[in-house]
Design a protein around this ligand. Structure first.
Ligand code: NAD
Length: 482
């Protein structure tokens, strides 16, 4: 496959160079340079925001009948699927994930446009009785310019999540793509044109976080911000948003735990281990990074987790085409080394490496799939997000202790309960402080189910109908009838 050597930003309906030059995009599967991408500077960000503002003020999106807007949004999803063979390999080459996972990501991205395209015409206001002589109603209006700052782990899907909701609700959007994985997002510029959106409705630009990202989140003409990424950056973005008194949605990762009771089906749980911690080489905000298991099943579970980890074929994602027991490279050598050093630190603190834990002796940013035991809840490996293929196993004696361990971090994104006893599952689901609970199936749910964090995992919700309300504001109209 020949890759174009240079990719541009998409601003105000045109593919353009960046004022800050170019960034090298590395293929983490080989460590070699894949291509270059334009880097936006503050002036580029300003042009993108001004073009989005013009679209908003023209009313072309916000005044359009929602069903028409919804059809355009749906058409973007179909455009992605039609270009699957073009985008999925690019995504694999820039990000590292197996090709079949990249294909799933394209499907996932398309699904956001299908779902929110469908939702566009369902946002309805209400009529509020004020007594004789008045007629009162509410309706929802888009904020205007929606700024969306995207992480590198699921670049296509994360852009899809915010773009689809933003456009369906009538906002014009400026998307800041990640420096490590900006290329596959080019498709949204082409898709916007193909479905007939006006120039400026969708802007896609890559730039440094401290430059383009900071300029976008502090821009006075941005009306709403959506961010997915690290806590540190989330705080910087929320601070910038507060200066301009605009709302933001923050999705900041997690340290999520699966509680595995003594009656759990451990054979089935092997599938949850595979998808929960080894999908995307563990670079998933809702990864199952901790397993809190009843002491009576601890050894059996560790044995099964080790066998899942050892069965994975790890290497360049582009060679891993079929769904199954495979794992790709991590996004960069820096991320891989960070994960490896967190494992080494855990070992120094007394954890035992049951398998993996080291850089692999092959080209690319690969970490050997890792299972850690002898982990105590207070160790940094049990508290901090690794964002890599590293599973920590922690035993518990009784239910109260299990819940305490699950809730014992600053995060609260998702949680899991594995048991045959529905009473137990319901009790635990009520007590775990997290935005989504999976019972007997890690990642159960979909685009339809609201997703977001408690605690330092962030605030606001993406996905589901809840997300729509983050992109609109309520207007009340009270009429005196004489
Ligand atoms: P990051 O939060 O720094 O980057 C995410 C996005 O924010 C990128 O587009 C980046 O350019 C932008 N950004 C960075 N600084 C900014 C600023 N000051 N203002 C505005 N935008 C800015 O994440 P990272 O450095 O790429 O990864 C570090 C860690 O963050 C990871 O190891 C992982 O723990 C976590 N992370 C979480 C998620 C998630 O899905 N929750 C995704 C990526 C990374």
């Amino acid at each position: 496959m020949t890759i174009k050597p240079y990719w541009k930003n998409y601003i105000d309906g045109a593919f353009v160079d960046g004022g800050a030059g170019r960034v090298d995009v590395i293929n983490p599967g080989t460590g070699e340079k894949l291509a270059e991408h334009a880097l936006a500077d503050e002036a580029d960000v300003d042009r993108a925001v001004q073009s989005a503002k013009r679209v908003h003020h023209s009313g072309v999106l916000s005044a359009m009948r929602p069903v028409e807007r919804g059809r355009m949004v749906q058409a973007i999803g179909r455009y992605l699927l039609d270009h699957m063979d073009e985008i999925a390999p690019l995504l694999t080459l820039e990000q590292g994930k197996p090709l079949w996972e990249a294909q799933n990501e394209v499907r996932g991205a398309a699904r956001y446009f299908e779902y929110y395209g469908n939702q566009a015409e369902t946002l309805e206001g209400r009529s509020i009785p004020l007594g004789e002589g008045y007629f009162d109603f509410t309706h929802y209006e888009p904020f205007g310019v929606s700024a969306q700052i995207i992480p590198w782990n699921f670049p296509l899907e994360m852009s899809a999540r915010s773009l689809s909701t933003g456009l369906a609700t009538g906002n014009a959007c400026v998307v800041k793509t990640p420096e490590l994985t900006p290329i596959s997002n080019y498709i949204y510029g082409h898709a916007a044109e193909a479905v007939g959106l006006p120039a400026g409705a969708v802007n896609i630009l890559c730039g440094w976080g401290h430059q383009a990202g900071a300029a976008l989140s502090a821009h006075p003409d941005v009306n709403q911000i959506v961010f997915t990424g690290s806590v540190k950056t989330g705080i910087a973005i929320a601070t910038a948003a507060a200066q301009n008194v605009v709302p933001c949605v923050l999705e900041l990762g997690g340290k999520s735990a699966a509680i595995v009771y003594d009656d759990a089906d451990l054979e089935a749980f092997e599938g949850d281990i595979r998808k929960g911690i080894f999908t995307n080489a563990g670079q998933v905000c809702s990864a199952m990074s901790r397993v809190v298991v009843h002491e009576s099943r601890h050894d059996e579970l560790v044995e099964r987790a080790v066998s899942v980890a050892r069965s994975l074929s790890v290497g360049p994602g582009i060679e891993r085409t079929e769904p199954g027991l495979t794992m790709g490279a991590m996004v960069s050598e820096a991320q891989r080394d960070r994960a490896a050093s967190m494992v080494a630190e855990a070992e120094a603190q007394g954890a035992r490496i049951a398998t993996g834990g080291r850089k692999m002796n092959i080209p690319g940013a690969c970490l050997d799939p890792t299972v850690l035991t002898n982990v105590t809840p207070d160790m940094s490996i049990a508290q901090d997000e690794v964002f890599g293929p590293v599973l920590s196993v922690i035993p518990f004696k009784d239910e109260a202790e299990a819940i305490q361990i699950a809730n014992g971090t600053d995060y609260g994104l998702v949680g899991g309960v594995f048991t045959r006893d529905l009473d137990r599952a319901t009790r635990a689901a009520r007590q775990i402080r997290a935005g989504q609970i999976f019972v007997n199936d890690w990642f159960a749910g979909g685009v339809e189910t609201p997703f977001g964090g408690y605690g330092k995992s962030g605030y606001g919700r993406e996905k589901g109908r809840e997300a729509l309300l983050n992109y609109v504001q309520t207007k009340n109209v009270a009429i005196r009838v004489r």
